[in-house]
Design a protein around this ligand. Structure first.
Ligand code: HEM
Ligand SMILES: *[C@@H]1O[C@H](CO)[C@@H](O)[C@H](O)[C@H]1NC(C)=O
Ligand SMILES: *[C@@H]1O[C@H](CO)[C@@H](O)[C@H](O)[C@H]1NC(C)=O
Ligand SMILES: *[C@@H]1O[C@H](CO)[C@@H](O)[C@H](O)[C@H]1NC(C)=O
Length: 485
């Protein structure tokens, strides 16, 4: 069977299941008119078109066509309706509406996740936990990844980064997507659950790899599909986490060192709202949210630096200045002050995130009728914010497909936040943004000051619409001091 037939059969199966699971939405009464757009085929909607892989960094062709940036194609404008996997929804490629959506969190919009996500992230999830519960968990997470903890964490990040970079030098070739994922996962897992990848026989990360491949893919749950593997991966990962939590319960520790310690302490308190189920789901979400995002961004950053020698040179200069400013160069380590001074580095990171669009969609649901530009988003309708449509808009970023970190110079002053949503926005802004920046900046510092690398093969990307490196990105590494060039 051709892939298309398989997908169509799959969609029909999913739709029937979805219909069994979800009682139909009551036809809500609203005044005004819906945004334009096509609902596609009955039931199937435009699912297939939406999940069609594409290889450019550009705005997804699906959105680009409907928004009307291509000649000869129907144009609906920057907000339009469609139907994906049996759900009618509205897609926003509009910077202004996106901003409103983020600002009106809890008032006009609330979080909503497609069924596929719900199945992967479990019933007791962070995303839908409301009010007190949510704040309480958020505080717990922030105590681990907030500014005070990060200051103390710089040394640990340094050690981790150097260990891995040195290992890379001893190999003929390194596949960077995998190698950075290993590095980031090791550090994150250590912080969260004191999971030591080296000494643990079971590989927790492998399960996450499967999950990622299927997360933003076509949601067809039959053996062989990415989505199926993803759900299996989730099952296995949860089993391992449950086991780790049980082990820790048997051997409690004195100090609050990792997330398990916090969880166990909370669980033992009287009247606590936390349950083991919630804690495990949260752990899963955190491990998941933290390592794939950061490692994909880093891989892409290395790719961009490889392809743009002038940027690499400028970045190297910034870090060599940091080294020179040290009084005692021999036993020097990065300080928080050094970190704060990495201006150009943060531009490189912003620029990489802008083009990477790690989150191709951010979804919400209207909780009341919302009027915008003459259209109505009816209460109950999902809205998918499309960050790439803003990040790659040529009226906001000149030559949007060009990797040009210097464009960030002075942007801050011009209220750039409306035009940059790599970490989301409003109340649900990414909790790990600073943590991931510390990791990336420290990594880049050592990468450019101590090492040289040469690309060997791979490095091309596709989007499904999640960013992937289908052939990996292979390079070889050496220390700068070692001879031969
Ligand atoms: C380059 C790295 C990262 C990117 C691009 C990224 C992106 C995002 C985005 C776009 C959101 C908003 C989702 C929404 O509004 O529905 C988000 C939320 C979140 N991120 Fe990240 N993230 C990154 C790293 C991390 C790390 C390292 C952690 C772990 C500490 C983390 C934990 C979270 C959590 C827990 C949320 C949910 C926050 C909430 O719902 O209030 N992220 N992230
Ligand atoms: C989160 O859990 C609630 C019930 O506990 C469920 O209704 C919702 O669909 C779940 N969402 C996700 C993203 O898992
Ligand atoms: C991962 O972290 C552990 C514990 O801190 C460390 O001993 C190990 O060397 C790290 N693994 C790798 C591959 O560097
Ligand atoms: C990166 O983007 C954020 C959000 O727009 C902005 O606040 C920050 O100043 C930018 N960083 C640099 C170095 O331009």
């Amino acid at each position: 069977m051709s892939p298309i037939v398989v997908s169509l059969v799959g969609v029909v199966i999913i739709i029937s299941i979805t219909h069994l699971l979800f009682t139909r939405k009551k036809t809500s009464t609203y005044h005004g008119k819906l945004p334009p757009g096509s609902m596609g085929l009955p039931f199937l909607g435009e699912t297939r078109q939406y999940f069609t892989p594409y290889s450019s960094f550009d705005i997804p062709p699906f959105v680009k066509q409907r928004r009307g940036l291509l000649i000869d194609i129907v144009r609906y404008g920057s907000i339009f309706k469609t139907s994906l996997v049996g759900t009618p929804l509205i897609i926003s490629a509009d910077a202004e509406l996106n901003h409103i959506i983020f600002q009106q969190e809890g008032q006009a919009f609330e979080s909503w996740y497609p069924t596929t996500f719900t199945q992967i992230f479990g019933p007791e999830n962070l995303s839908t936990l409301k009010d007190i519960m949510y704040k309480y968990l958020k505080n717990m997470v922030l105590s681990l990844f907030g500014p005070e903890s990060l200051k103390k964490m710089i040394f640990e990040v340094e050690d981790e980064v150097l260990t891995h970079l040195n290992q890379w030098c001893n190999k003929d070739t390194v596949e960077l997507k995998d190698a950075t994922a290993k590095m980031i996962f090791n550090l994150t897992a250590k912080k969260l659950i004191s999971h030591d990848a080296e000494s643990s026989s079971e590989n927790l990360r492998e399960n996450f790899d499967e999950i990622i491949k299927g997360l933003i893919s076509f949601p067809l749950n039959i053996p062989g599909t990415a989505y199926h593997k993803c759900l299996q991966g989730r099952k296995k990962a949860m089993k391992m986490l449950r086991k780790l939590l049980q082990e820790r319960k048997m051997k409690p520790r004195k100090l609050n060192e990792d997330f398990f310690d916090y969880v166990l302490e909370e669980l033992s308190k009287e009247g606590t709202l936390l349950t083991e189920g919630i804690a495990l789901d949260l752990m899963f979400v955190l491990l998941f949210a933290s390592f794939e995002t950061t490692s994909t961004t880093l891989t892409l950053a290395i790719k961009f630096l490889t392809d743009n020698p002038l940027v690499l040179q400028k970045l190297t200069e910034e870090h060599e200045i940091i080294l020179k400013s040290r009084e005692n160069v021999l036993d020097s380590r990065l300080s928080w002050k050094d970190y704060r001074s990495m201006t150009y580095t943060f531009m490189v990171i912003n620029e990489t995130l802008r083009l990477a669009n790690i989150a191709p969609v951010i979804s919400r649901k209207a909780i009341k009728d919302v009027s915008f530009k003459g259209y109505t988003i009816p209460a109950g309708w999902p809205v998918m914010v499309c960050p790439p449509a803003v990040h790659l808009d040529s009226s906001i970023y000149e030559n949007p497909l060009e990797f040009n970190p210097s464009r960030w110079e002075g942007r801050e002053v011009h209220g750039a936040t409306k035009h940059f949503m790599a970490f989301g926005g409003g109340m649900r802004f990414c909790i790990g943004a600073d943590f991931s920046k510390v990791q990336m900046a420290v990594f880049l510092h050592y990468l450019v000051t101590k090492y040289r690398w040469k690309p060997i093969k791979g490095g091309n990307t596709i989007r499904t619409p999640g960013l992937q490196f289908p052939d990996g990105f292979h390079a070889c590494f050496a220390t700068k001091s070692s001879s031969t060039n």
